[in-house]
Design a protein. Structure first.
Length: 239
């Protein structure tokens, strides 16, 4: 006889090390973004000979040094993150089908901007399509920012421009994630990311159905045709 399912069973999604990594990245990224925004503004004003743009919020002394320190710290965290996950067999944070997941990400972007009520159309694996695509995009843009930062002295103005553009793209991706979290306002997901690392089984069945199938013993959950996740009583009560 099949064991009765407990919808409130807590399933581990993130280990304690990964939760610590989430906090470390946030605490490093915030000052990196603030110092980067100030330096990008100064670069823009100087490049285009605009006077007075920094009178309201002047750039404090030591901003460049702080930006370098936080940037190097984020690079180290990135390397540690890669080493933590490089041996994972299925690489759950990498896209499964780029074309489909790009479309899902665009749907989610429209949803996050309150332009559409239609968000990502398919229930997902352990991570949603928009998470996997924005994760990959962040990796590429941060890598570009890191490379241009290292060689900014030899690349000259073109290197500075590329670094500013890469930083702006990283900021755009961060804003996208923030807007999505505000629009979705998903306390269970936030709790799993920054506190417990766990999600109840009913939530996984509702929002990550292919992961749910894998948890129930099917390691080869369908990767193309997506089954509809049946709405559980616990999920309906939470709505």
């Amino acid at each position: 006889m099949e064991e009765e399912e407990n919808p409130d069973e807590e399933i581990v999604r993130y280990s304690t090390k990964v939760i610590a990594m989430h906090w470390a990245v946030v605490l490093v990224f915030i000052p990196l973004a603030i110092t980067g925004a100030l330096l990008a503004r100064d670069w823009f004003l100087e490049t285009f000979n605009i006077f007075g743009g920094d009178l309201l919020i002047p750039t404090p002394d030591g901003t460049l040094g702080a930006h370098v320190v936080f940037g190097a710290s984020l690079a180290v965290l990135g390397i540690v993150h890669i080493l933590m996950h490089v041996r994972q067999k299925d690489k759950p944070m990498l896209p499964k089908n780029v074309s489909e997941e790009f479309k899902d990400t665009m749907d989610t972007a429209m949803y996050a901007l309150f332009i559409s009520r239609q968000k990502e159309g398919r229930s997902s694996f352990k991570y949603k399509a928009n998470q996997r695509m924005s994760y990959l995009a962040t990796f590429y843009t941060l890598s570009l920012a890191a490379v241009t930062a290292v060689f900014i002295g030899t690349l000259g103005e073109s290197g500075s421009a590329i670094h500013v553009v890469a930083g702006a793209l990283v900021a755009f991706l961060a804003i996208f994630r923030i807007l999505y979290l505000i629009r979705e306002w998903d306390g269970i997901a936030m709790r799993s990311i920054f506190k417990t690392g766990k999600m109840p089984l009913w939530y996984i069945k509702e929002h990550h159905y292919r992961w749910y199938i894998q948890l129930k013993g099917d390691p080869d959950a369908p990767r193309t045709e997506e089954p509809e996740a049946p709405k559980t009583e616990a999920a309906a009560a939470a709505d």
